[in-house]
Design a protein around this ligand. Structure first.
Ligand code: ATP
Length: 343
């Protein structure tokens, strides 16, 4: 979860691994000591607000920009030292593809494939057809690219990245500038690409997009990696609080404080007073029960313990809800800024 210090065990089998990756532009530190760990087979969302350092990181991963410090391993090989071995196994879409508008989609792919070292001319036609089919453009193969929508052009860019079998696809903001239909098409495509075992690393500034497409995510904020892990872990890592409605505000407050919880007054309700308390005890306080259960291990006081103690103290409970922080709340807390959560 936490980017944390280097863990020597974690490097085994990672598709992308960086340690202390840093890029400075003059005095500005655009990427600051990033430790990425991208597991094989994941659809990995690289999430962060505009200007947080995503594109710069991606450029360093692919050897398009040199790092000021730190190391990059792709597919277990050091970059940029083993560039020639690594790059044929990596497809990339960075800063939009450039196509000849007067040529068809298929003709553009033929030209791009012919310009790539290590490609076999005899299988070119079949590979172009398969890539167009994979991105849902078989029907528009013979259409000139100037008649393509933005979404179709973006899918053609992905088709270009798919001309050979790839172990890793790196896509920088593939839905940027697309209309809702194009966005849906590209999101669907990204999800389906991972089914054949390709690891997909995709950057986005949209939380909802990462939530829909990805199995894992890393969050960038002002050049730093502030969290990474599976989406399930990221969700679980959010804090929780209780919302209690009681006519016995004073005694209820005493019970919550006695359990080490910070207690705040919520809205007054007809049934009494609303009290809010985070389940994580304030620092220095001890938890109500340490019995090895998952909740207790996380350090949070268990909701059932709170209810039991309230009842034992004679507090009348009219309402009791556990509210867990949403992924959106979590990411806003992590990045310290309003996160773009648009669809
Ligand atoms: N070539 C460059 N020279 C100077 N500063 C740069 C250069 N490239 C990027 N930066 C700066 O580095 C920071 C990170 O930029 P980067 O493009 O990596 O962010 P990003 O997260 O990809 O944002 P966006 O989604 O807007 O592209 C920004 O402050 C940007 O202005």
């Amino acid at each position: 979860m936490n980017p944390g210090p280097r863990d020597p065990e974690r490097s085994y089998g990672l598709t992308i691994e960086t340690h202390g990756l840093t890029k400075k532009f003059g005095r500005q530190v655009a990427v600051d000591g990033v430790d990425l760990a991208v597991p094989p087979g994941s659809v990995f969302g690289f999430l962060g607000p505009n200007g947080s350092g995503k594109t710069t990181t991606i450029r360093m991963l692919l050897g398009l920009a040199s790092a000021s410090a730190g190391t990059v391993n792709l597919l277990g090989m050091e970059m940029p030292g083993r560039f020639h071995e690594v790059l044929p196994r990596v497809g990339a879409l960075v800063e939009g593809p450039a196509f000849y508008p007067f040529l068809s989609g298929a003709a553009n792919l033929h030209r791009l494939d012919a310009a790539t070292r290590h490609t076999v001319p005899a299988t070119r036609r079949a590979r172009v057809d398969r890539a167009l089919d994979q991105v849902g453009l078989a029907h528009a193969a013979k259409k000139r690219v100037h008649a393509y929508s933005l979404g179709m052009k973006q899918r053609l860019g992905i088709a270009n990245a798919l001309l050979s079998h790839r172990d890793l696809l790196v896509l920088d903001e593939p839905t940027n500038g697309l209309d809702p239909q194009g966005t849906r098409e590209v999101r669907h495509l990204v999800r389906s690409l991972a089914h054949n075992g390709t690891t997909v690393f995709v950057s986005s500034h949209l939380l909802a997009e990462v939530d829909q497409m990805c199995t894992h995510a890393a969050v960038m904020s002002a050049g730093k990696l502030v969290a990474q892990g599976s989406l399930a872990d990221l969700r679980r890592s959010g804090g929780a609080r209780i919302r209690l409605l009681t006519p016995d505000g004073g005694p209820a407050r005493n019970v919550l404080v006695g359990l080490g919880l910070d207690c705040k007054a919520g809205d007054a309700q007809p049934g009494g007073e609303t009290l809010l308390a985070a389940l994580m005890p304030a620092s220095g306080a001890s938890s109500a029960r340490i019995d090895g259960s998952p909740q207790a291990r996380s350090g949070e006081v268990l909701a059932e313990d709170i209810v039991a103690q309230l009842v034992a103290a004679g507090v009348r409970v009219r309402g009791f809800v556990v509210e867990r922080e949403s992924l959106e709340d979590r990411f806003v807390a992590l990045t310290g800024e309003g996160f773009d959560v648009a669809q």
